[in-house]
Design a protein around this ligand. Structure first.
Ligand code: GTB
Length: 218
């Protein structure tokens, strides 16, 4: 059975890996599962065919035979449970790695999303200038805590896991803000994630979608 995921036909980030299909591609690459990608336009996201797969009209989705999933946390967890390479075998270590997945999505990603929303979608609003320092402070709080926990380790809990995959994916969204620069161990952690061959393949695959949509140079 072929795994099919969905991704933006035209990602606003011009293939910089910020859209959430990248983390699913990365997980698929880590566990060595081949996959196909169906590109979806912004209009098609809200049409019945896509809404049947994703009730909120978003990417990515995941289809494997008669199983269809949405939410990157659920997709990466599904892959990590079924294939070796993303979760430890030992029960307690496995539970801790899963905890880090949830921490990335529920505790670290929300303030980062808030920052992105303020900086990009609400940059022209009159309240943004006043709100921004407060939002940045919230992001700093989380980064400080995460940095303290990571310390000098390579990964959050022993070997690389789906918890790290998700945390690095979330932190990557801070790159353009420069906020990570104050935390050298987190910046190095993100760089370690990006250096993984599986991440490199995932990044290249999503960048190729953008490159292919560009008119040829004269
Ligand atoms: N909680 C869901 C998950 O983890 O799967 C969130 C999915 C989600 O937000 N999907 C976004 C989407 O489909 C794409 S990733 N949005 C369209 C819509 O809601 O109509 C968010 C995203 C989009 C673009 C950039 N970028 O260009 O920098 C970065 C992140």
């Amino acid at each position: 059975m072929t795994i099919t995921i969905t991704a933006f036909e035209h990602s606003p980030d011009r293939g910089q890996g910020l859209a959430r299909d990248t983390r699913v591609r990365w997980a698929l690459e880590e566990v060595g599962q081949p996959y196909e990608v169906r590109l979806v336009s912004f209009r098609a996201l809200k049409e019945p065919a896509h809404l049947a797969l994703h009730p909120f009209g978003q990417i990515p989705t995941y289809e494997d035979g008669d199983l269809s999933l949405f939410e990157t946390g659920a997709i990466v967890f599904h892959l990590a449970e079924r294939h070796a390479g993303l979760l430890p075998d030992e029960a307690k270590a496995r539970a801790r790695a899963i905890t880090w997945m949830f921490a990335a999505l529920n505790t670290v990603e929300p303030p980062i999303l808030e920052l992105t929303t303020a900086r990009i979608l609400e940059s022209d609003k009159p309240w943004t200038r006043e709100r921004l320092p407060m939002i940045e402070e919230r992001v700093h709080d989380r980064l400080k805590q995460l940095s303290a926990r990571l310390g000098g380790a390579d990964w959050l809990d022993g070997a690389f896991s789906a918890g790290d995959l998700m945390m690095v994916s979330v932190l990557l969204r801070l790159r353009s803000s420069g906020l990570l620069d104050a935390y050298p161990n987190l910046a190095a952690y993100v760089a370690r994630g990006e250096a993984r061959p599986a991440y490199q393949r995932a990044f290249a695959a999503q960048l190729a979608v953008y490159t292919a949509s560009q008119p040829p140079a004269d």
